[in-house]
Structures are given as structure tokens and as C-alpha cells.
Design a protein around this ligand. Structure first.
Ligand code: NAD
Length: 448
């Protein structure tokens, strides 16, 4: 049984209350697991293929097939009704070879150890693809933040931070927001850690509010990076963006921001979805108006400028570009053959299963993998960490210019690897990442 299903929902349900940081405009995170596929196994399939093609050292292969550290914590919280609820949280550090670990914290009912492990490993590969001095980690708490009051959310976050505070730190492991968490939650993590260490540790988390040492440009970074990648991929694979139709799954931080960038560049967005449903207009959707609608109504449903469609039909709509930007395992062997897009840019982590990859490759669909396509977020998180440590902050134009350079260079390196080794962009990206991590293991040796 899925772990989320085993947890009592009573006591954490406070219908109608939107905690601070989760204003009515923000859609809640998903509340059900999306598939039975084990994301850790999906990650391993790709890693093993890259390792085989690289003829990877057997010892390094074994090390990277496991996480360095898996921590499971119980988080007791006195709820607003006076009762104690015990939540389960995780922090996984997949690889510490490249530097301090980096990776978000997810608050969602679907969180489970296989997912957190996979997300941690994807962070190892992602940081290596864009050449950041970080290893990979991820954390998660099984909860539905949209059902918690602001006080409950703060207490949960502080107790979770206390429980993992011996393994995080600016030189150890630096969390960031992910699905269901935001800058306010990062502020509480930073404060709790700082109080315990008797210091101001701004660099212990990224994605913080600007006043606490956040970076300009961080909120838009993942969406902006996807826009960068779209332009490079369109150029390389000769796709005319003036006539291209784009469909985006997920209208949160990643999908919503990418949609805004596309729309402002005059690229036609024809389909959008969130956890409650999907909308479609073959003539193009006014993304600014959608954002206004979502600010007022929280969800896409009822947007007057498009027709409501069944969410399961979104991914197979007629379009040239598809951006899955919600959760894992959305493009599967069940729908891959029906996908009409020529180019898929993975905004979410792990949205495409291994079987689906093979079907898409057979159809000639180009997939820009998550570990490259959505690396804009961790890249600007790295910039934030650098700025915090220097105590010197950059203007947004400098952040964006450096981000664009990283995305441009990384796309070119992945494309070159894929072409040289005659593999997909995904396996090319894994090969680039695994090779870099393996070189570091070789130089450092194995501590005994
Ligand atoms: P978010 O919580 O801001 O938004 C998620 C969106 O997806 C919401 O619109 C939600 O309604 C929708 N959604 C959830 N389940 C869905 C489903 N089954 N079908 C359709 N829509 C669904 O989260 P986010 O930060 O935008 O993250 C989205 C994905 O991108 C995740 O996989 C995350 O790990 C990945 N990611 C995020 C960042 C970042 O900087 N935020 C960086 C890299 C990768």
C-alpha cells in the first residue's frame, strides 16, 4: 500500500483555511499518487544504461546505485484542535562526492521513500549536467499543506528542520522549495537552523525571501530555463516557434512561469492543466488572463477564454511542443503512442517512464530530459548560495544573464554527447553527468 494511504487524515483536515504562503491563488499540490511505477527503479534504468555505455568503473557504479544517506523522521505536531498528529518526513542524500548536497523539500500526500530517493539521485545528475559544485539530495514530508493552518505548517516545518538539522548545513546539504513548499517555508527552515547553531545561516537553504538573502530571479528561474531550452531545441531541431503550438501540464511555479515566458515571446500556448482539470483553445490562450483567473479562482476550471477538456486528453492534444510540468510518471506506455508533439521539454522531474521513452524515440519525438530542462532552478539556487556566502547580491539582469549562459552551454554539451554517442538526449545527459561524477570519485578516491 502507498504510505500516504496508511496515514490518518483526521485531525489534519481544516477545510477552507488557506495558510500563509499558500494564498487562494495557489493550486494545492496533488493529493493522490499518480502511478504505481517506482521512480527509483525508473532512475536506475537510465543510470544503468549510461553507466554501461560509459564502461563505468564497477566500484563507482555500485556506489552510485545506492544513496549515501537515507533519514526517516517522525514529526509530532500539536494541531490547532489540541490533538497530536505524527507526520513522517525524509531526507535523502544520494551523492556527496561533488560538494554539499542540494535538493528541494516536498510537502505532499504522495511522498514516499522511493520517490525521495529518485528525486535525490536526479539532483546529483542535474547538478552534474549543469556543472555545479553540488551533490544531490531531496526531502519530503507526507502531508497536505493546503489543509494545514499557518501555525501548523510552521510548527511542522520547524520540527522537521530540527530533526534533519544534523545532516543539513551550508557545507553539507542545502534544501530548497519543491512541490508544496515555498519561500515562507524556507524562511522557517533558515530561522530554525540558525537558532540551533547560534548563527545566521542564510546559505543553509535557497529559495528564501529576498530580505533573508534570497536571490533575485530565483522564483522565475526554472520557467526561464525551460524557455531558454525551448529556443535552443527549436533551433537545433528546426522547429518554427512562430507557428508552434504548446501544451503545458501543471500551472504552478514551473508550468505557470514557463507559460508566461512563452506567451510574452509570442509563442502560442493552446492547452494548460492543473490538478483539477484542463483547458484548450486551438487559437491560443491568453496566459496573462489565465493567471488573473487563477489568482481569483485558484484553479483553471471556468476560465472563459478556452474550453474545458478531460485532463487525461491534454498530453495527446495536437501540438508541436509538450511541457509536462506537474509530477512524475505522466507520459507512460499507455499514452506515449498517441502523443502528437514533436518536442517534449520536461519541466517536472521524472514525467516520462522508460517504456514511454522507447515509444517516443521510435516515433522520432525529441525529449529534452528533466535533468537538463528544469535545471534553471538549481542553477539560480547555486547563485543564491554563492551570494549568501559572499554577502554580496547581484542585480536580476546579472542572475538572468548567467542563467541563460549555463542553460545554453549545458544544452550544447548534452546535444554534443548525444550526437557523438548516438543516443537520446536523455541518455546523453546521464552520460555527461555520470562521467563527471565518476571523474570526481577517481580523483578523491574512496575514504577508508
Ligand atoms: P507547484 O506545486 O508550484 O505546481 C504544480 C502544478 O501541477 C500545480 O498547478 C498543480 O495543480 C499541478 N498538478 C499536480 N498534479 C497534477 C496532475 N496529476 N495533473 C496535472 N496537473 C497537476 O510545483 P512546481 O514547483 O511547479 O513543480 C512542478 C514539477 O517541477 C515537480 O516535478 C518539481 O519537482 C519540478 N521542479 C520544480 C522546480 C522549481 O524550481 N519549483 C525546479 C525543478 C523541477
Amino acid at each position: 500500500m502507498h504510505e500516504a494511504a496508511a496515514r490518518p487524515a483526521s485531525g489534519i483536515r481544516r477545510e477552507g483555511i488557506a495558510p500563509a504562503g499558500f494564498p487562494e491563488s495557489r493550486p494545492p499540490p496533488m493529493t493522490t499518487p499518480t502511478t504505481q511505477k517506482d521512480p527509483w527503479q525508473e532512475m536506475l534504468k537510465r543510470f544503468n544504461e549510461a553507466a554501461r555505455r560509459l564502461d563505468l568503473d564497477e566500484g563507482v557504479w555500485k556506489i552510485l546505485s545506492e544513496a549515501d544517506l537515507e533519514l526517516k523522521v517522525s514529526i509530532p505536531v500539536v494541531m490547532d484542535n489540541g490533538k497530536v498528529e505524527v507526520f513522517t518526513g525524509y531526507r535523502v542524500q544520494h551523492s556527496r562526492a561533488m560538494g554539499p548536497c542540494k535538493g528541494g523539500i516536498r510537502y505532499d500526500l504522495g511522498v514516499n521513500i522511493a520517490e525521495v530517493k529518485a528525486l535525490a539521485a536526479w539532483m546529483t545528475w542535474k547538478c552534474a549536467v549543469v556543472n555545479l559544485p553540488f551533490g544531490g539530495a531531496k526531502g519530503g514530508v507526507i502531508c497536505d499543506p493546503s489543509k494545514l493552518s499557518m501555525r501548523e505548517l510552521e510548527v511542522l516545518t520547524r520540527r522537521y528542520t530540527a530533526a534533519i538539522s544534523d545532516i543539513i548545513g551550508p557545507d553539507r546539504d542545502v534544501p530548497a522549495p519543491d512541490v508544496g513548499t515555498n519561500d515562507q517555508i524556507m524562511a522557517w527552515v533558515m530561522d530554525t537552523y540558525s537558532m540551533r547553531k547560534h548563527e545566521t545561516a542564510a546559505a543553509v537553504v535557497t529559495g528564501k525571501p529576498l530580505l533573508l538573502g534570497g536571490s533575485r530571479g530565483r522564483a522565475d528561474a526554472t520557467g526561464r530555463g525551460i524557455f531558454d531550452i525551448l529556443q535552443h531545441a527549436a533551433h537545433r531541431f528546426r522547429l518554427d516557434l512562430r507557428t508552434a503550438r504548446v501544451v503545458i501540464q501543471g500551472f504552478g511555479n514551473v508550468g505557470g512561469t514557463a507559460a508566461r515566458y512563452f506567451h510574452e515571446a509570442g509563442i502560442k500556448v493552446v492547452g494548460l492543466s492543473d490538478v483539477k482539470g484542463a483547458i484548450y483553445n486551438p487559437n491560443g490562450i491568453d496566459v496573462h488572463r489565465v493567471r488573473e483567473h487563477v489568482t481569483k479562482n485558484r484553479f483553471l476550471a471556468g476560465f472563459p477564454g478556452a474550453e474545458s477538456i478531460d485532463a487525461k486528453d491534454l498530453l495527446t492534444l495536437p501540438c508541436e511542443v509538450l511541457v509536462p510540468a506537474a509530477v512524475e510518471n505522466q507520459i507512460t506506455e499507455q499514452n506515449a503512442a498517441r502523443i502528437q508533439a514533436k518536442l517534449i521539454i520536461e519541466g517536472a522531474n521524472g514525467p516520462t517512464t522508460d517504456e514511454a521513452d522507447k515509444i517516443l524515440e521510435g516515433k522520432g519525438v525529441v525529449v529534452v530530459p528533466d535533468i537538463l530542462a528544469n535545471a534553471g532552478g538549481v542553477t539560480v539556487s547555486y547563485f543564491e548560495w554563492v551570494q549568501d556566502r559572499a554577502g554580496f547580491f547581484w542585480p536580476e539582469s546579472e542572475v538572468n544573464q548567467r542563467l541563460d549562459e549555463v542553460m545554453h552551454r549545458s544544452f550544447a554539451e548534452v546535444a554534443e554527447m548525444a550526437e557523438k554517442k548516438k543516443v537520446s538526449l536523455r541518455i546523453g545527459a546521464y552520460m555527461l553527468a555520470v562521467e563527471r561524477v565518476a571523474q570526481v570519485y577517481k580523483l578523491r578516491g574512496i575514504y577508508a
